[in-house]
Ligand binder design. Structure first.
Ligand code: GDP
Ligand code: MG
Length: 446
């Protein structure tokens, strides 16, 4: 019976999963989930449509790796596609020349001034460089004071000439920086509520006058559908070198970054995640793809599921399980395989739909019980693990408790759990014998 069952299982697995391709039919539901996830993450609707069409085209016909579910494989493709669009790898600031000049541009309220402060702070701390901030917003009341205050509070020097023509002030600031050994100059330019010619002319003149290495657009990540127009117009007129997306605090999913990357191909260099001086993060495309999909670290899980686990041991364990031979040694092997995939907290984080839904307490508790079980089982002999009934002998129990340093309660708990598990497997096997195969292949709604 054992062999027969194992063969049947293998056949069904091969037919259902290993040998099949992704088809329009079998990705339909997951595709819908992806579309919803993107919309929920505030990705521009046109971008969602194009992106989903691209993904579908790319996925259909792609084969599925051994032992992986179709929806997992599909999500991996989606994740890779998003990572690619988001720029693949982290993009550094160009701080080559001395002084390097960074020109910050953007609409009013986007977060330019705040980001000037954050960026100066980061460059100062991380790159150990001396930074000069320059106040060029002569229109918005209090804008220069805001920058001066930010500088005072955080020990960053500020250059400003009140209401003097910003094109002239910019040049003076660069001369001043050269004469005073600054490594980096950050220009805080004026914004408008909407793009207009006057603003663009002024920004262009500043650009021509000081030739910045970086012209970075700051955009408000909550802007929504208009964000692409804003970015495209600034880019057409100024040839941007990068974008910083602000206000992606807390649980904001960050779809704006995807809209911008998809439509403009500009590198996103940082994201703002709060009002404080340290609330600026480097932009990692892979992490952002996880965040937008709201699915934890899919890629890592996929890799661990396929590479970390010893297929042969798993198969053997499964076969023993379904032929009623499962013992503590099998349990221990299984736990070792699981441990290869990471700790409980790490695993939970990687599983779609589970991340954030299981309390830290529960995770700690599960981890603790696994650890205790492992310690106890390590103190048993192989013979005891193979024949758990031997553990009823009080002398053996005493020896194991002493060797492991665990309590009798913990020991009994482990054996009870094991018995319960065995009964469940027996019940499942009975069902199998009656011809009701559990669904090992696809399924498992996302
Ligand atoms: P500017 O007109 O482009 O210079 O914009 P400001 O720097 O004055 O910022 C406008 C508002 O947005 C201020 O209240 C900032 O505190 C806020 N702000 C900027 N960046 C962020 C961010 O990443 N998160 C949050 N929550 N607020 C931000
Ligand atoms: Mg400002």
């Amino acid at each position: 019976f054992g062999d027969f069952l194992a063969n049947r299982m293998k056949k069904s697995l091969e037919k259902k999963v290993a040998k099949s391709n992704l088809t329009e039919e079998n990705i339909k539901d997951t595709l819908r989930e992806i579309r919803l996830a993107l919309l929920e993450a505030d990705v521009n609707i046109d971008v969602v449509k194009q992106l989903v069409a691209n993904i579908e085209k790319k996925a259909v016909g792609t084969g599925i790796s051994d032992g992986v579910r179709a929806d997992q494989q599909f999500i991996k493709i989606v994740h890779e596609e998003l990572t690619e669009i988001l720029g693949k790898t982290k993009k550094e600031l160009n701080l080559g020349s001395r002084p390097s000049i960074i020109m910050m541009v953007g609409l009013q309220g986007a977060g330019k001034t705040t980001t000037c402060g954050k960026l100066s702070h980061l460059i100062n701390k991380k790159n150990k460089k001396k930074v000069l901030m320059v106040g060029l917003d002569i229109y918005r009341p209090g804008a220069i004071d805001q920058l001066v205050e930010l500088g005072q509070k955080n020990n960053i020097d500020v250059f400003e000439k009140g209401k003097q023509d910003p094109v002239i002030t910019a040049k003076e600031a660069v001369d001043y920086a050269e004469a005073n050994d600054y490594d980096v100059v950050i220009l805080d330019t004026a914004g408008r509520l909407q793009i207009n010619n006057e603003l663009m002319d002024e920004l262009n003149n500043i650009r021509k006058n000081v030739s910045p290495q970086e012209i970075i657009l700051t955009v408000d990540g909550m802007t929504g559908q208009d964000i692409i127009n804003v970015t495209t117009e600034f880019n057409n007129l100024l040839k941007l070198t990068g974008v910083i997306v602000t206000k992606l605090d807390g649980d904001t999913r960050g779809g704006a970054t995807l809209s911008i990357s998809f439509m403009t191909k500009l590198p996103i260099k940082f994201i703002g995640e709060g009002e404080g001086i340290s609330a600026l993060s480097e932009f990692y495309p892979k992490r952002m793809a996880d965040r937008i999909l709201g699915m934890g670290d899919i890629d890592t899980l996929f890799e661990k599921a396929t590479e970390g686990v010893d297929q042969r041991t798993m198969e053997k364990t499964m076969r023993r399980m379904f032929t009623g031979q499962f013992d503590l040694e099998d349990l221990r092997n299984q736990m070792k395989q699981m441990a290869k995939m990471g700790n409980v907290g790490g695993l939970v984080k990687m599983i779609p739909g589970l991340a954030g839904k299981i309390s830290d307490n529960k995770i700690d508790d599960a981890q603790r019980r696994l650890d205790v079980a492992e310690i106890l089982m390590n103190s048993m002999t192989l013979k005891e693990r193979r024949e758990p009934r031997l553990l009823k002998a009080i002398t053996r129990k005493k020896r194991i408790l002493k060797g492991s340093g665990r309590t009798e309660k913990e020991f009994n708990e482990l054996l009870n759990q094991f018995d319960k598990g065995k009964k469940q497997v027996a019940e499942m096997t009975k069902q199998l014998k009656m011809g009701r195969m559990p669904n090992f292949g696809g399924g498992g709604g996302m």
